[in-house]
Each structure stands twice: as structure tokens, then as C-alpha cells.
Design a protein around this ligand. Structure first.
Ligand SMILES: C[S@@+](CC[C@H](N)C(=O)[O-])C[C@H]1O[C@@H](n2cnc3c(N)ncnc32)[C@H](O)[C@@H]1O
Length: 206
């Protein structure tokens, strides 16, 4: 597994530039959670906070975790510009997801988008799955192997939704979505490019 995705890497990345979604939430998050009744949510690897802020604006009480304090500071500042009600619904947590243990069976929604951990994705996703409350939702979005964009990294950041689904206990999980989806984004150079997401949505049985 790559050694480059440690805290230093992510801090340096955020110090040198911002991400390219301009504060917009991930479309897979909107599509997969827009109909859910708001409760407690964990955003694992929240970056500059667009997804956590969107969830809070919908009434979710969010725990947003990231290893990069530069990203968390920007996220918190962004949330505060949107008013106290949204900002007060988000707890920003600086932690390493490879060692930070979320409370067991606690969250109504656990969502993670392109977390790129410096560990096996399977290990991280199993730990995140354990944090989902009975009846709750796990949403994992990542770079599909057929995505030809390198994302500045090797093949270890790519996975299929089916691989994640296979790592979940079939006695405990219903898999509602496990597929690859293409979408257009604007890259750092301002060009429109097509990327391919792996999207896994599971529901933990009550
Ligand atoms: C590619 S960015 C995605 C950020 C955000 N989820 C998004 O979709 O825009 C990956 C994020 O995961 C965070 N991250 C990577 N490894 C982590 C770890 N071990 N613990 C906590 N956060 C981590 C990085 O700091 C970064 O913010």
C-alpha cells in the first residue's frame, strides 16, 4: 500500500491548493441520501466539508472526520459563513481514520467519498460499516478501476462497489446499490472531464 497518503501528504495537498468541487456536495451523496430522514451522520474523510455541510443543511447532525487540519479549518470557516444553525450541527474531528474508532452501531448514516486511506480500503470500510446503527445506511463512493484518471495515485485508490459489498456480512446487510457511474467534472485546469465513480449503498438490517 502506498506510503504517500499520510497526514503530511494531505496537509501539503490542501496547503498548495483547494479541491475542485467549489464547495458543491457530491452528486452521489445527494442521489443516495436525499430521501433519508435526517439523523446522525459520520462523514469519513470530509476534506473541505462540502458533503458534511450539505447534510447539516438538510437537518443531519454530522460528525465530520479528516486527517488534514488545513481542510478542517476551511470546512469549519465555510460552515460558519452559512449561519449558526448549520455550523452547530457539525462536529469537526481531526483524526486518522486508520486508528480512530467510531462508536459502534451509532450513526444513521456513514458516508465516505474518495477517502484514499494509507491502508487497505477493505479494512477501513469494514470499520466504518460497524459504526452504522441497525436500520442505518452505509454510503461508499470511490474511484472505479475503469476510471482512466490517475487521481495522482496508483491503482490502490481504485475499487469496485462489488468488492466493498463482498466485504460486508450478508446476514447483516442489504445491498441497495453496487454499481459504477460516470459523471462530468471540471479539473484543476478548468477542463471538463469524465470520471467514473464506484457507488455502494448498503442498509444495515434492523
Ligand atoms: C480525495 S480527498 C476527498 C475529500 C472529500 N471526501 C471529497 O469528496 O471532496 C480524501 C480525503 O480523505 C482524507 N484522509 C485521507 N486519509 C485519511 C485518514 N487516514 N484519516 C482521516 N482522513 C483521511 C484526506 O485528508 C482528504 O481530505
Amino acid at each position: 500500500m502506498s506510503e504517500e497518503f499520510d497526514r503530511t501528504f494531505w496537509e501539503e495537498r490542501y496547503r498548495s491548493h483547494t479541491t475542485n468541487h467549489h464547495g458543491r456536495p457530491n452528486p452521489q451523496l445527494i442521489a443516495e441520501t436525499g430521501e433519508l430522514v435526517p439523523g446522525t451522520a459520520l462523514d469519513a474523510g470530509c476534506g473541505e466539508g462540502a458533503d458534511a455541510i450539505w447534510l447539516a443543511s438538510r437537518g443531519w447532525r454530522v460528525t465530520a472526520v479528516d486527517i488534514a487540519t488545513t481542510a478542517l479549518r476551511r470546512a469549519q470557516e465555510h460552515a460558519e459563513t452559512l449561519g449558526g444553525e448549520i455550523a452547530s450541527r457539525i462536529d469537526w474531528v481531526a483524526a486518522d481514520l486508520t486508528s480512530w474508532t467510531p462508536p459502534d452501531a451509532h450513526f444513521d448514516l456513514v458516508s465516505t467519498h474518495y477517502a484514499h486511506p494509507a491502508t487497505s480500503p477493505d479494512v477501513l470500510f469494514r470499520r466504518l460499516a460497524a459504526a452504522v446503527a441497525p436500520g442505518g445506511t452505509l454510503l461508499v463512493v470511490g474511484h472505479h478501476p475503469s476510471d482512466h484518471i490517475s487521481h495522482g495515485a496508483g491503482p490502490e485508490v481504485h475499487f469496485t462497489a462489488e468488492e466493498i459489498a463482498a466485504s460486508l456480512d450478508p446476514d447483516r446487510w442489504d445491498i441497495l446499490v453496487a454499481e459504477a457511474r460516470s459523471r462530468s467534472v471540471t479539473d484543476h485546469g478548468g477542463r471538463e472531464i469524465t470520471i467514473r465513480d464506484a457507488v455502494l449503498r448498503g442498509r444495515r438490517r434492523p
